[in-house]
Design a protein around this ligand. Sequence first.
Ligand code: C2O
Ligand code: CU
Length: 511
Amino acid sequence: MPEFTVNRRSLLLAGLGAAGAGLLAACSDAPAAPPLVDPSGSPVARAEAARRATGRERPVTVTAAAATVDLGGGTTARTWTYGALPGTAIRTTAGDTLVATLDNRLPVPTTLHWHGLALRNDMDGVPPVTMRPVAPGDRFTYRFVTDRPGTYWFHPHVGVQLDRGLYAPLIVEDPREPLGYDEEWVVVLDDWLDGVTGTPDQAFAELRGGMGGSGGHAGHGGPGPAPAAGGGSSFMLMGATSDLLGGDAGDVRYPHHLVNGRTAADPEVYRSAPGRRVRLRIVNAGGDTAYRLALGGHRLTVTHTDGYPVRHEEVDALLVGMGERYDVLVTLQDGVFPLTALAEGKNAAGRALVRTGAGGGPAVTDRPAELNGRILAATDLRAADEVRLPGRAPDRTHRIELTGGMARYDWALNGRPFDMADPTAHPFLVGDGERVRLEFVNRTAMWHPVHLHGHTFQVGAEGPRKDTVIVLPGRTVVCDFDADNPGRWMTHCHNAYHGEAGMMGLVAYRA
Ligand code: C2O
Ligand code: CU
């Protein structure tokens, strides 16, 4: 059975049988829900027609399939990829229509979700909210205008598939690029366990209190490598702490941290020359790890986060939560330098190397001093003038408490785990044209990278425009956005395991 239909409610209904389910519906005393904009309704088509489009089409095929990947240093892993690890970046120029065919050769249903894009709702790739999942052996063609330049990425929106090798960058280029640089490098960070210590489904089952088996909750993982020795806790990580993250840093133990699909022992090498100016487009594709990123011997000029420009800031290191992106400029020195992604609070790191001159290069264990210099968090940034939301009082405020904990693994919003079988049961309603405020209040003992689909909110009054923002334990982050993209949009923790456990909700436009 496809994992997306397996949850408490469908099991309950299965137990009651069809007659029982009908009875349950008939007895329901819930107030009638207001009608919502349909994901492929006319408001969605109108919003798409209003996007600035060149008419130029960009056709691509993305094949999701099982593969054996070489992570370097003698480590190979059996996993699922989009043909490479990371998948080949898709590039469009702003205004292009992306025509992307997903060819699903996986043994399970899947989708593509275009993280960070304000796109038409029925192309958002979220089953069962915006589409049916694409069955094994089937294809689906996504077609939408990419009208905003920036650094984005894509991944499945089914179960914990994101924590396999199913991810790739999506770069929307600006035909009038205001930044000057000589080269551009994409840097994709990822925490890796798939095919090494087990599968993400096994990890999730263990976290949920199963016995780390191959069946358990999601039950589609198929036979994978046996979990590492140690019995019941192969995947669970205890005692990972970070001051930057306000305490508990993560739940999941990863044997590897990858930069562009390579382990620290056998890293990717970027070759260039001293004095060259490089734009780095940094994506955290991890499941449960924030990375502290620094380039030894260099400072970084932050120009964008989550695709949107910010007032430039010079920093030594960046804290990047799952789903977040940063663009930085750097002018290269002469030598060999580590581009180190410290797995925050987990006492491990991934890395790449930057080579512009002679030398053997730093040892794998070398940790650049910049990691402990000025470390940027998103809330230190300000939106660039041209993208700052004009001041306006919110027409509507939703207070969204992040709730739950590690022990019961009951991560939720407002105490209510999201029900994939009944996704419109408790929507956060918005109206077309409204200024909406989301107040994310973290009631848990752990940080969460909170993501909103289809929109780019502003953090606070002057902060950066973002689609994914870290909310530290005990803190509140206020996010404003203009409701200008009708449809049904997920908002959730981008920790793959927290989201799947239920820390998700639906922001839905009234019809
Ligand atoms: Cu990057 Cu709902 O996802
Ligand atoms: Cu979370």
